[in-house]
Write a protein that binds this ligand. Structure first.
Ligand SMILES: C[S@@+](CC[C@H](N)C(=O)[O-])C[C@H]1O[C@@H](n2cnc3c(N)ncnc32)[C@H](O)[C@@H]1O
Length: 409
């Protein structure tokens, strides 16, 4: 196959989240692996999408696609396995009434108090207890209980829950670094929580007051597996998404404190870890049947070379599993897409022991087996390898690309 490469380095700032941190509503929660809403605007224009269309993001993350679609007036659905991701996406696209939220906050604020540890820690995992020791966890727990007790709609409670979850990293001893958590003592006192939460809620209300709500409300976010989407055949007109990259980052660890404070116990978090796409070595997902899949030669050869360098069985299993998961997700995307519909997947190549894993090329090939024809591999960024890898294997940048498909009529 001749790969339809095209370089568009002016898109490079759009595949990293920095710009989102300044943007109203998007900034309510940004993931370190989010792309920016510029991608959605550019593709919606290029594909001429409008109110009669609907966009799907099967790996919705912090909800960039669904929110950008809402801002453009294009209906959209986001799915993600993580309840933190669907909370963030759902709150960002929900219809809110800023005045009634302000009234709720007025009542809630009085109930955010520093609390002495009083046995509530027992309900939480070791990770949460170590990340937020003593008064911190008691104070966060008290705020969570006060939100649950509010005499308000579920959507208002979700709004304040997101604001509260967004405070955790300011107080936590656990710091996300790349794909992992590292530990450093955090001296921010629990007594600051009320003021921090007030700042965040104020900022969120300011964002809400600055936007006009569309009349129809057709934006949703739900917990679902991209390998078996709860959507009818041919029901979406476009897909814009970014699956996890095969870089070993485990989102259930990076967001472990938020997940186990807000949603899941230890077992639930472990099940989520297992079920996630096989982009990290601990995944062991239950998958739908995979008939129709054959691993591209370029991937089989690359994995063989990685395996020759070392005996890391779990890495090898991860790489095989990752491309199988890509196939299963692409097959679902092809099923959900209407004939003539278009899809764009933002993806990053990886590198292990100096061996390039060309995710973009493999995705183009796998898409064909799944029922999608690759029209372009838009190269938008070249990421440098780590200093350690560079020393061992020389400079070898890895492409980050937008792989574009059409479902032929
Ligand atoms: C690269 S992130 C998406 C970021 C998103 N584009 C944004 O702007 O925030 C990938 C997402 O895929 C989700 N994920 C992993 N495995 C999944 C699966 N099997 N089905 C659905 N979502 C999954 C993760 O929870 C994560 O939020």
């Amino acid at each position: 196959m001749r790969y339809p490469f095209r370089t568009r380095l002016e898109w490079r700032k759009w595949v990293v989240p920095e710009l989102l941190r300044e943007r109203p509503v998007h900034r309510w929660l940004v993931f370190p692996h989010s792309f920016t809403d510029d991608i959605i605007r550019a593709l919606a224009k290029e594909w001429d999408l409008g109110a009669q269309d609907n966009i799907l993001d099967p790996f919705a993350g912090a909800g960039t696609t669904v929110l950008a679609a809402k801002q453009l007036g294009i209906p959209a659905t986001g799915c993600d396995l993580s309840p933190l991701a669907t909370l963030a996406s759902g709150v960002k696209v929900a219809r809110h009434d800023a005045d009634s939220l302000a009234r709720c906050w007025h009542k809630l604020e009085k109930r955010i108090k520093v609390r002495d540890a009083n046995g509530e820690a027992k309900a939480y995992s070791d990770l949460v207890r170590t990340a937020l020791p003593g008064k911190k966890l008691a104070t966060f727990h008290g705020a969570k209980a006060a939100i649950a007790d509010l005499d308000a709609s579920d959507s208002a409670k979700a709004f304040f829950s997101l604001a509260l979850l967004g405070q955790i990293q300011k107080y936590s001893n656990a710091v996300p670094t790349g794909g992992w958590l590292s530990w450093r003592p955090n001296r921010r006192p629990a007594a600051r929580l009320r003021a921090d939460l007030a700042d965040t809620v104020e900022g969120m209300l300011t964002d809400l007051r600055g936007i006009s709500e569309p009349v129809n409300h057709r934006w949703t976010a739900r917990v679902a597996d991209a390998r078996s989407l709860p959507l009818k055949d041919g029901s979406v007109s476009a897909i814009i998404t970014s699956p996890p990259y095969p870089n070993r980052h485990d989102y259930t660890r990076v967001f472990g404190v938020e997940l186990m404070f807000g949603f899941l116990d230890w077992d639930g978090t472990r099940s989520l870890r297992y079920q996630m796409m096989h982009s990290h070595p601990e995944a062991r997902p239950n998958r739908p049947p995979s008939q129709g899949y054959s691993e591209p030669r370029l991937i089989t050869d690359a994995i063989r070379r990685v395996a020759r360098h070392n005996e890391r069985e779990r890495l090898v299993a991860m790489l095989h599993g990752y491309f199988l998961d890509l196939y299963l997700s692409l097959r679902e995307m092809a099923r959900a897409l209407r004939a003539g519909g278009k899809a764009a997947l933002v993806l990053g190549n990886a590198q292990y022991d100096g061996v390039p894993i060309e995710v973009d090329k493999a995705t183009a090939l796998i898409g064909r087996h799944a029922g999608l024809r690759c029209t372009e591999i838009r190269v938008v960024r070249q990421r440098g390898n780590s200093a350690q890898q560079m020393k061992l294997h020389g400079r070898a940048p890895a492409r980050e690309s937008v792989v574009m498909f059409v479902k032929d009529e």
